[in-house]
Design a protein. Structure first.
Ligand SMILES: CC(=O)[C@@H](O)[C@H](O)COP(=O)(O)O
Ligand SMILES: NCC(=O)COP(=O)(O)O
Length: 240
């Protein structure tokens, strides 16, 4: 079964909108695991618009599944993850002002930078993943960074899915096969949802984990968090 890591950024967005502690982000991290998620993902951005650095330390203490921290490897971010030591760090090339993640790494022009960062993280026993587009050249070069995994940036799939699912999925199938052939494992995420997830999971070979937040938390507003997580997990069972 492909693992589901629930990104709880948007729980923090709602909390921060009133300045108190409702909804309780720590409780949400505990509950998503109780409700069956295989992991918790957070993306502490430099402006702390949702997940705050102090959330990351608190969440680490209650993790019973896997903790995945996403972000741009700034000195402050690297200090955080080396202190927290999550199971996985997903490196994302977002500038501080990005409204959300909108592209993966250029693993050709950032090769030595990524090699250094990934080497540092591995010294702390942290599994690494790098956020990446389906560009075959970037995928091939990802292996040279020594990353354990890549996370396929799935917004292009999500935006093309409704019109032509087969056309939307094709570059991702190619990218997954290239990554696997290069010895790199495969995660995926961004804009995956109840409508597009089943097809993605069925078509993408070697898929280990998806991290899903925005759509899942939005669905939970109507369906409840426990039922929503169960619904997403059902879509991740491979039909043998
Ligand atoms: C890397 C990725 O796709 C997610 O971390 C996404 O960027 C969520 O970030 P926001 O919740 O800030 O949109
Ligand atoms: N890495 C993707 C992620 O953590 C969540 O992305 P989204 O589901 O909020 O678009």
């Amino acid at each position: 079964m492909t693992k589901l890591s629930v990104n709880i950024n948007k729980i923090a967005t709602i909390r921060n909108s009133r300045g108190g502690n409702t909804p309780d982000v720590l409780k949400a991290a505990i509950d998503v695991q109780e409700f069956g998620a295989h992991g918790v993902t957070v993306h502490p951005r430099p402006d702390e618009r949702h997940i705050k650095y102090k959330d990351v330390y608190e969440i680490r203490r209650i993790i019973k599944t896997e903790f995945n921290i996403e972000g741009y490897p700034s000195p402050k971010f690297m200090e955080l993850v080396k202190s927290v030591r999550p199971h996985q760090v997903t490196l994302v090339p977002d500038p501080p002002e990005a409204i959300t993640s909108s592209s993966g790494w250029d693993t050709i022009n950032n090769l030595s930078f990524l090699q250094d960062i990934i080497g540092e993280l591995k010294e702390y026993g942290i599994r690494t993943s790098i956020f990446i587009d389906t560009n075959p050249d970037f995928i091939v070069n990802a292996a040279k960074t020594n990353t354990d995994r890549v996370e396929l940036y799935t917004e292009p799939y999500a935006s093309g899915f409704e019109k032509d699912p087969e056309k939307a999925i094709a570059p991702f199938v190619e990218a997954a096969n290239i990554a696997n052939k290069s010895g790199v494992s495969i995660n995926a995420g961004h804009d995956l949802n109840l409508q597009n997830l089943k097809f993605f999971n069925e078509k993408i070979p070697f898929l280990k984990e998806v991290s899903i937040g925005h759509a899942l938390i939005s669905d939970a507003l109507y369906l409840g968090l426990e039922r929503t997580i169960s619904m997403y997990k059902e879509l991740l069972v491979k039909n043998k």
